[in-house]
Design a protein around this ligand. Structure first.
Ligand code: PGA
Length: 245
């Protein structure tokens, strides 16, 4: 399966530097076999989608509301994200689960809305450090996958991103064996739920992916790409990760 390398810019990027970063990624994409995606903040979606239009780099948002429109001050709906030129949307990132109390049920509703609007959802799951130390990582993650994915997820080309909370932005990662074990467990859950379609769904790893560790991680079975935070803010690092796949 062609790997997907997705950059999650989080709350970074004003117009000038965001556009420069997106253009630098697109300019270096020529020798990259993986599919490339950048997910800038909402304010830059339309400008970056326009700048990258017709090129090799897709654009995604970092969240959307579960309703198509309505009285939800400050929120952005899936049709709005699609209308801005995005094709993907990250949902249920652990920072949103923590900062905004997002539950599996809400993430599932958002994923349904995203699919309805023609977006490809990337649903994030991952255990806390306490859960890993308690030996519950696999249980927590597979329960999150079960609860966060709507039934139409496989048919819509939905993507799962495994991101251990304690590995995000910390420079720490699980061992390759630990990553492989969780990805195998997620795959097995996807097969049970979606049948053959579960085999072809992408499962990304995220959490302190860097140029130095990308090749090892991306070579693991059932690792079909990466969700990259910090390193996606430097075009050369993001491209080096993509080339490692
Ligand atoms: P990181 O973030 O690469 O900075 O650890 C990953 C993410 O949160 O998606």
């Amino acid at each position: 399966m062609r790997p997907l390398i997705a950059g999650n810019w989080k709350m970074h990027g004003l117009r000038a530097d965001g556009l420069a970063l997106a253009r630098a990624v697109a300019a270096g994409a020529g020798d990259v076999a993986a599919e490339l995606l950048v997910c800038p903040p909402f304010t830059l979606l339309a400008a970056i989608a326009e700048a990258l239009s017709g090129g090799p780099v897709a654009v995604g948002a970092q969240d959307c509301h579960a309703a198509p429109k309505g009285a939800h001050t400050g929120d952005v709906s899936a049709p709005m994200v699609r209308d801005a030129g995005a094709r993907f949307v990250i949902l249920g990132h652990s920072e949103r689960r923590a900062d905004h109390g997002e539950s599996d049920g809400l993430v599932r509703a958002k994923a349904e809305a995203a699919i309805g609007a023609g977006l490809v959802p990337i649903v994030c799951v991952g255990e806390s450090e306490a859960q890993r130390l308690a030996g519950q990582a696999e249980l927590v993650v597979t329960a999150q996958v079960d609860g966060s994915l709507p039934d139409g997820f496989a048919a819509a080309g939905g993507v799962v991103a495994y991101e251990p909370v304690w590995a995000i932005g910390t420079g720490r990662t699980p061992t390759e064996a630990e990553i492989a074990a969780i990805h195998a467990a997620i795959r097995s859950g996807l097969r049970t739920r979606f049948g053959a379609a579960g085999e072809g769904m992408r499962i990304l790893y995220g959490g302190s992916v860097k140029p130095g560790n990308a090749a090892g991680i991306l070579a693991l079975p059932h690792v079909d790409g990466a969700l990259v935070g910090g390193a996606s803010l430097v075009a050369e690092d993001f491209l080096a990760i993509a080339r490692a796949g």
